[in-house]
Write a protein that binds this ligand. Structure first.
Ligand SMILES: Nc1ncnc2c1ncn2[C@@H]1O[C@H](COP(=O)(O)OP(=O)(O)OP(=O)(O)O)[C@@H](O)[C@H]1O
Ligand SMILES: [Mg+2]
Length: 356
């Protein structure tokens, strides 16, 4: 096929487009129409304009097989709609290597308004695509690392909780028994007996502390009785310690959640309560748990002083960020509604199983 006959004024445009770092082209929609053009920059892909123009199917044949149907459909749709067309795809260069391009085309019409050709620009976006892929790769690695770390931390907590509970708990109980035996032998000495009673009281208190510490490290209920029981326990514990009244509404059936997911939900819930205790100055908290459309929903309302979640401090704050990231890891979402003076509502929605 011969090069198109450009009028003089177009010769200037032609020299202009031939200096762009992009491939410019005109493609006739009807093979009987002669005017087709591709700029010499096509040499970047290892082709000559002559080879490109000699075969009307050249471009279609060089489309990456995985992209071809999508690209052709997109062009068809764009032409029917009268353009413009924007689409990204891989073009196979002369060596058969896929190269990412961004194609932007306009539809040219004849005097009757019928589309006769498309005119477009193909930009090399290889570098951007490479960076995108690299970023996605690092992000996935970072998330995997985060998950591994969290699993390791939970494991470690579980181990420490067990040791504290078993080792210290048992040693203290043994000490208490020994003390009781000693007391029997000293029955006549009133002063010593009184001192023993004080010691016994101290040991009893220490046993309680050990139990509590172990439980806080890793609430056994989470493993034995499940998530709802753990949420209930945490709510009651919060109420008892903070003195803030809590209403709790739980669903009737226990949701089926894998341990890592249950742990994430529980830790987020703990952080929400901790924030209320630390920042809200609330007098009443409402906790609602529900299961809807494969999601577990937890809503926590407090009537405290509220804050501005869109403020830069809140956006960068680690507690809130951690909640969001933990939720996102399992395909979930944390949303915050709060205004200074009007309390805070935190809503957590997390799929019960990994979304496909
Ligand atoms: N329920 C709430 N009521 C009022 N203010 C809140 C509430 N929850 C969070 N905030 C505000 O949002 C800020 C960010 O919370 P975030 O949990 O990220 O950080 P933090 O609790 O201050 O520290 P940490 O990193 O230890 O959690 C808090 O400092 C507080 O000002
Ligand atoms: Mg916090």
């Amino acid at each position: 096929m011969t090069a198109p006959a450009f009028p003089d004024s177009e010769a200037r445009y032609r020299s202009l487009v031939e200096q762009l770092p992009a491939v410019t082209y005109v493609a006739a929609l009807d093979a009987s129409l002669p005017a087709s053009y591709v700029s010499p920059q096509i040499a970047e892909f290892g082709f000559t304009p002559e080879a490109w123009l000699a075969d009307p199917e050249f471009w279609v044949k060089r489309l990456h097989p995985d992209d071809r149907d999508r690209v052709l459909a997109e062009f068809e749709r764009g032409i029917a709609a009268g353009g413009p067309i924007t689409c990204e795809y891989r073009l196979l260069d002369a060596a058969g290597r896929p190269r990412w391009v961004k194609d932007r085309a306009a539809v040219l019409r004849d005097a009757e308004g019928r589309p006769v050709a498309i005119q477009g620009v193909m930009l090399d976006i290889e570098e951007r695509k490479r960076l995108e892929a690299e970023t996605a790769h690092y992000l996935a690695q970072l998330q995997a690392l985060r998950r591994r770390m969290e699993t390791a931390i939970e494991e470690e907590r579980r181990r420490i909780a067990r040791e504290v509970h078993d080792e210290l708990g048992q040693a203290l109980t043994a000490l208490r028994l020994e003390l009781a035996l000693l007391g029997d032998g000293l029955a006549a000495d009133a002063a010593a007996t009184a001192r023993l009673a004080v010691m016994d009281g101290l040991i009893a208190k220490t046993i309680d502390s050990v139990r509590r510490i172990a439980y806080e490290l890793r609430p056994g209920v989470l493993d034995s009785l499940g998530l709802l029981a753990a949420i209930e326990w945490q709510t009651r514990e919060f109420e008892r310690r903070s003195g803030i009244r809590c209403e709790l509404a739980l669903p009737e059936r226990e949701p089926e959640v894998e341990p890592a997911r249950a742990t994430a939900l529980f830790r987020i819930f703990q952080e929400v309560l901790t924030n209320i205790a630390r920042h809200a100055g609330a007098t009443q908290v409402d906790v609602g748990v529900a299961i809807a459309m494969g999601n577990l929903l937890i809503e926590v309302d407090d009537d405290g002083r509220g804050f501005d979640p869109s403020s830069p401090e809140a956006a960068e704050s680690l507690g809130l960020l951690g909640m969001r990231e933990r939720a996102a890891e399992f395909g979930g979402l944390v949303s915050l509604h709060s205004e200074p003076g009007r309390g805070t509502r935190v809503t957590l929605a997390l799929p019960l199983t990994q979304p496909k």
